[in-house]
Design a binder for this molecule. Structure first.
Ligand code: ZN
Ligand code: ZN
Length: 370
């Protein structure tokens, strides 16, 4: 292998504030990569399209919830790729030329693991996340375990393949944790791609949906949400969601959204601790809160209020193979319109793509890797 293979590498862990001085991508660099020899059960693949996840941005900004990631690391866990070579061992039906997306989370697969024994690798205490525990999809080539390969469904493009993993996270959350019923009012807090995908799938399930963002989301992400027909709510510390709901929010037809300032379900995708603290005051008694985000510090919750309103607060972590299959179907059938949310970049512009993502100047950056 003589050609030079490049990858986008997480190197530093300096805390970077996006509105501060200097480049927001100074913890990262494009580097030349060495491809290691394949071990038993591993394959080599050429990456096709790789998406930038909020967690990639958080790691690049040195946020403390990603301190555990070893540096240097070629990041990237949302991608499509084509099999180039099979290493030693049994790879089932997999063959050179197959196009797939990997399961981001690989479980230990031990018989006595409480998560792996029920095929929920996403909940395995020793799960390995591609792009964080080992080099991932921001390399132009990637070595990975064939156990984590999910062949792309017929009708799905490799570009859409990069969106399967994030969409599968929403599928898991909505199928298993949200209990949405037609006619319900749902607030999604945070308008990154996870928030926007949640809004789409909540609406597809029959809910009326509002989505929140902050001032820096106004020009791109909240605008996109509005274009897609969602109620948009710009929040600020001095103008939080609860008080805006109490004052009254109307949908496009002028009908009141929520009842007495409360909604049926809140899906938390912002990762901002105060937003989750506030969430329990905007959901009706016996309503639901689903937490998809993670947080850079502990979050204060008024537990007495939680008890007295009999709220259901549930976390939802990652996704597993079954969720990937549903996510693919949602794109093949057009229930989730991936083209409305994708911003494509060439590999040469990968640093710009990260800067744009960190500064909320795009919706979902997807890099054409080769
Ligand atoms: Zn992700
Ligand atoms: Zn396990």
């Amino acid at each position: 292998m003589s050609e030079k293979i490049k990858g986008f590498c997480l190197q530093g862990s300096e805390k970077i504030y996006p509105n501060g001085e200097g480049s927001v991508t100074r913890n990262t660099a494009v580097v030349e990569m060495e491809i290691p020899a394949l071990k038993t059960g591993e394959i080599l693949a050429k990456t096709l399209y790789t998406g930038i996840c909020g967690s990639d941005n958080s790691a690049a900004l040195g946020k403390s919830n990603f301190d555990w990631v070893e540096r240097p690391r070629i990041i990237g866990h949302e991608f499509s790729a084509e099999v180039m070579a099979l290493g030693p061992g049994d790879h089932g039906d997999l063959k050179v030329g197959d196009i797939f997306t990997p399961l981001a989370m690989l479980g230990c697969q031990e018989e006595d693991c409480p998560a792996c024994s029920v095929a929920k690798w996403n909940l395995c205490p020793s799960k390995q996340i591609i792009g964080f525990h080992r080099n991932g999809g921001f390399g132009q080539q990637v070595v990975l375990e064939s156990d984590r390969v999910v062949p792309l469904m017929k009708g799905l493009t490799p570009e859409q393949g990069a969106l399967v993993e994030p969409l599968s996270i929403i599928v898991n959350a909505l199928h298993n944790k949200c209990n949405i019923k037609p006619g319900q009012d749902v607030v999604v807090t945070g308008c990154g791609i996870i928030g926007l995908m949640s809004a789409e799938l909540a609406r597809a399930a029959g809910a009326r949906v509002a989505i929140t963002g902050i001032a820096h989301d106004r020009e791109v992400r909240l605008k996109k949400a509005k274009e897609r027909g969602f109620i948009t709510i710009e929040v600020a510390p001095e103008n939080p969601l609860a008080s805006q709901l109490n004052k009254g929010i109307k949908d496009a037809k002028g009908n009141a959204f929520g009842t007495h300032g409360k909604v049926d379900l809140l899906i938390e995708c912002s990762g901002v601790p105060q937003v989750l603290s506030e969430a329990i005051s905007v959901v009706r008694p016996e309503g639901d809160i689903c937490v998809i985000a993670t947080y850079p510090k502990e979050v204060e919750i008024n537990a007495t209020h939680l008890t007295r309103t009999s709220l259901n607060m549930r976390g939802s972590m990652g996704s597993c193979r079954a969720d990937y299959m549903v996510a693919q179907k949602l794109m093949v059938t057009g229930v989730f319109p991936s083209e409305a949310y994708t911003n494509l970049y060439e590999f040469d512009d990968i640093t710009t793509a990260f800067e744009d993502s960190i500064k909320a100047n795009n919706v979902k950056a997807v890099i054409k890797m080769n």
